[in-house]
Design a protein around this ligand. Structure first.
Ligand SMILES: [Zn+2]
Length: 417
C-alpha cells in the first residue's frame, strides 16, 4: 500500500492531489515530505472572500507539518497560488489543510491539542518532537474554535468560585455550569471583584442570565451583589464546600492561637502535629492521626471545642426540610455565639446573616449536583500545578478552558487522537 492511499483515506481533499512522498535529506529528525499539487482543472479559492477566482501566479513552496507517522515527521510541501480577485485584489489562495498563519496543518493542531489534554504541554512537545510554543498555538486554536461553537442554551445552574494563583493575594474568578447532566467551565477572569464577575456574565449574555434557575457561590460579598443584580430570579445557594472550608479555616485559626499561647505559658506542646487531625473528617484520618485525635479529645482545649462544633455542623446538610434545618442552624449558631471561639463566631455570624441563602440549599436539592464546585476547584488546581512554568495569565486561561471547558470539536474524516 502506498502512503498516498492512506492519506486519501484519512485526509482526502477534492481539489488537490498527493504526489509521491520522499524522505527529506536535510533534516535532523527523519522526515517524509509529501508534495501536493492542485488538480489540473481546479481554480484556486480566494482566501479573502472564499470564491473561486482565476489564478495569478505561484509563491515559493511552503512546508506544513502533518501528524507524524511511526515517529517520522510528515510535512506537506505546496506552493500556494495567488488569485486575481476582483473584490480582494491579488491574494493567496485558501487551502483546506491549513489557515496558512501557522506552520502546522489544522489536523496536526487538533492532534497536539488532543494530547495536551492528557499530558502536560511540555511532555507533548517532547514526545512529538515539536516545541512548547507549537503546542500552545495548537491549544489556542482548539479553544478558540470550541468557544465559538459551544452551545450555551439550556444552562440552568451555575456555580461561582475563586481560585488563588501565583503567590500572594491573586485570584481568578471561575464560572461553572453545574447542571445535573452537564458540568463544565464556562468562563474565567482575573480578580474576584464585582467587575470581574459582571464581565463574565456579560460575555455569557443577558439571555443566558435570564435562563438561570440556580446560582451557587460562597459568602464573598462582591459575588453575592452581582448575582443578586444579574440573576435575581434564580434561587441563590451557598455552596457546602465553601462553608465547610470557612469552618476549617476558623478551626485552624483557633488552633494556631492556642498553640502560641500554650507555648508562651510554658505548657507541653500538645497541639504539635495536630493540624490535620482537626481539619480532616474523622473517616479520612490515618491511624496515627486517629490516635492523636483521641489524645486531644481528652483535654478541654479550644481547638477541640471548635473541632466538635464543626463536626456537629455536618448534620445540617443531612436534613430533608428547610424548616428543620433552619431550626438546627439557629441552635448551632446560638451555641457557637456563647463560646469564646472568636474565629468560629465570625463564621457563625456570617451564616446567620445569610440564613435564607443557606436554607436554599434544601430547595435546590436534586437540581444541582452538590460536589461539582469542589470537584472543579480541585481539577482547576491540578491543571494549574501541572502547567508549572505558566507564568502568564493568558496561558493559564487557555489551559483551564482546554481541560475543563468540555469544548466541542469539528467532525473529522479520521480520528488521529
Ligand atoms: Zn476574494
Amino acid at each position: 500500500m502506498q502512503l498516498q492511499t492512506i492519506l486519501n483515506r484519512v485526509e482526502p481533499y477534492k481539489s488537490f492531489v498527493y504526489e509521491t512522498p520522499r524522505f527529506a535529506d536535510d533534516t535532523l529528525h527523519p522526515t517524509i515530505e509529501v508534495p501536493i499539487r492542485p488538480r489540473a482543472n481546479g481554480r484556486p479559492v480566494c482566501s479573502g472572500c472564499g470564491k473561486r477566482r482565476p489564478g495569478y501566479d505561484r509563491l515559493p513552496p511552503r512546508r506544513f507539518e502533518f501528524v507524524p507517522l511511526w515517529q517520522i515527521a510528515v510535512v506537506f510541501v505546496y506552493a500556494l497560488r495567488r488569485v486575481d480577485c476582483p473584490r480582494c485584489g491579488v491574494v493567496a489562495e485558501r487551502v483546506p489543510w491549513s489557515n496558512c498563519k501557522s506552520r502546522l496543518t489544522t489536523t496536526y493542531q487538533w492532534f497536539l491539542a488532543g494530547w495536551a489534554r492528557r499530558l502536560s504541554w511540555k511532555e507533548v512537545a517532547t514526545v512529538f518532537h515539536t516545541t512548547w510554543d507549537h503546542v500552545r498555538v495548537a491549544v489556542h486554536h482548539a479553544v478558540a474554535w470550541g468557544l465559538i461553537h459551544r452551545d450555551l442554551k439550556g444552562v440552568k445552574a451555575v456555580g461561582v468560585d475563586e481560585i488563588q494563583w501565583r503567590r500572594g493575594h491573586h485570584y481568578l474568578t471561575l464560572l461553572y455550569q453545574i447542571d445535573e447532566g452537564c458540568k463544565r467551565l464556562l468562563w474565567i477572569g482575573r480578580e474576584r471583584t464585582e467587575a470581574s464577575l459582571r464581565k463574565g456574565l456579560d460575555v455569557l449574555g443577558e439571555e443566558f442570565c435570564k435562563g438561570l434557575r440556580f446560582v451557587c457561590s460562597d459568602m464573598w460579598r462582591p459575588y453575592l451583589n452581582v448575582l443578586a443584580e444579574r440573576a435575581g430570579d434564580a434561587v441563590h445557594v451557598l455552596d457546602r464546600f465553601h462553608i465547610m472550608k470557612k469552618l476549617g479555616e476558623a478551626i485552624d485559626e483557633v488552633r494556631a492561637g492556642e498553640a502560641r499561647r500554650m507555648k508562651q505559658d510554658g505548657y507541653e506542646p500538645l497541639l504539635k502535629h495536630s493540624r490535620w487531625c482537626l481539619l480532616k473528617r474523622p473517616e479520612n484520618l490515618t491511624d496515627k492521626q486517629t490516635v492523636k485525635l483521641d489524645e486531644l479529645l481528652r483535654y478541654n482545649l479550644q481547638s477541640v471545642r471548635a473541632y466538635l462544633h464543626r463536626e456537629d455542623f455536618q448534620r445540617f446538610w443531612e436534613y430533608q426540610s428547610a424548616g428543620w434545618a433552619g431550626k438546627f442552624l439557629d441552635e448551632w449558631t446560638a451555641r457557637v455565639m456563647r463560646s469564646r471561639l472568636l474565629p468560629l463566631k465570625k463564621v457563625a455570624r456570617g451564616l446567620r446573616a445569610h440564613r435564607g441563602l443557606l436554607l436554599n440549599w434544601f430547595r435546590a436539592k436534586g437540581a444541582i449536583s452538590a460536589g461539582t464546585v469542589e470537584g472543579f476547584n480541585n481539577k482547576a488546581k491540578l491543571t494549574m500545578r501541572k502547567s508549572y512554568g505558566f507564568r502568564e495569565y493568558e496561558t493559564i486561561e487557555l489551559a483551564l478552558y482546554h481541560q475543563l471547558g468540555a469544548l466541542p470539536q469539528p467532525k473529522f474524516t479520521h480520528e488521529f487522537c
